[in-house]
Design a protein around this ligand. Structure first.
Ligand code: APR
Length: 230
């Protein structure tokens, strides 16, 4: 049975109404990432950062999976443990679609982290600087998401999975943020067949043996049907 590793980015959730980061009107055209997605920004203005993530958490809570998320759930259901999703997204839509084998390399909007003791728990919809850690009581509560300059989660496991993948697919990511932007090149170097499914060429396109251009809600279901041979 072939092992399939799938990297997803904001583009897979665009048709669920969640903004991407670098497209026209994207989040990084509305906010300075230095202010809301770095430890320094959080230290400088935690109120602004909580407001930013509270708004994204409320938006994600309302969002529903689109045909691309549902197609990946079908793929996981058909192939079981041979399918691993490594997502850069924090929106929880893969789980809402029914996927279970998901690594959140940038954390999750619905998780909170205590910057004091490292305790993690399910985040309330609204977080604020008044919140106290349920474990140590410190008022040092932050969203459990990975900010620029911080180490992504699960990297050892991801490196192992890329080395063993027969197929590596990247869906809806601009290929501008490392280490995820190098996964296609790494998987290909280990001998995996690589395919990029995206609205258009990305900064990492030349690392892929094959490209499928179009909206994820169209190209992902078609690709999954091909992989399943239906
Ligand atoms: N279908 C497929 N792809 C799409 C769609 C769509 N409907 N809409 C947009 N895209 C593509 C864009 O062409 C672009 O290549 O999705 C990609 C979105 O790129 P970014 O906005 O840069 O998002 P992403 O690659 O996930 O960003 C990576 O950067 O800011 C950090 O932590 C953040 O996880 C994020 C990381």
């Amino acid at each position: 049975m072939e092992k399939i590793v799938i990297l997803t980015g904001a583009g897979i959730s665009a048709e669920s109404g969640l903004g991407t980061f670098r497209d026209e009107g994207g989040l990084w055209t509305q906010y300075a990432l230095e202010d809301v997605a770095t430890p320094e920004g959080f230290a400088r203005d935690p109120v602004l950062v909580h407001e930013f993530y509270n708004a994204r958490r409320a938006h994600a809570a309302e969002a529903v999976p689109n045909p691309a998320h549902l197609a990946l759930a079908r793929l996981e259901e058909a192939l079981g443990g041979e399918v691993l999703i490594v997502t850069q997204n924090v929106d929880g839509l893969h789980e809402k679609a029914g996927c279970r084998n998901v690594l959140h390399m940038h954390g999750q909007l619905d998780r909170a982290l205590c910057a004091g003791c490292g305790h993690r728990w399910e985040a309330p919809l609204e977080m604020s600087v008044e919140d106290a850690c349920p474990a140590c009581g410190a008022r040092a509560v932050r969203p459990d998401v990975v900010w620029f300059g911080e180490m992504p989660y699960h990297m050892d496991r991801i490196d192992r999975e890329l080395a063993e993948a027969d197929i590596f697919a990247a869906i809806g990511t601009s290929g501008q943020v490392y280490p995820a932007a190098a996964f296609g090149q790494m998987a290909g170097a280990y001998g995996a067949r690589t395919v990029e499914l995206n609205l258009e060429r990305s900064a990492a396109s030349e690392d892929f043996g094959e490209m499928r251009h179009g909206p994820a809600s169209k190209v992902v279901p078609a690709w999954v049907e091909e992989v399943l041979g239906v």
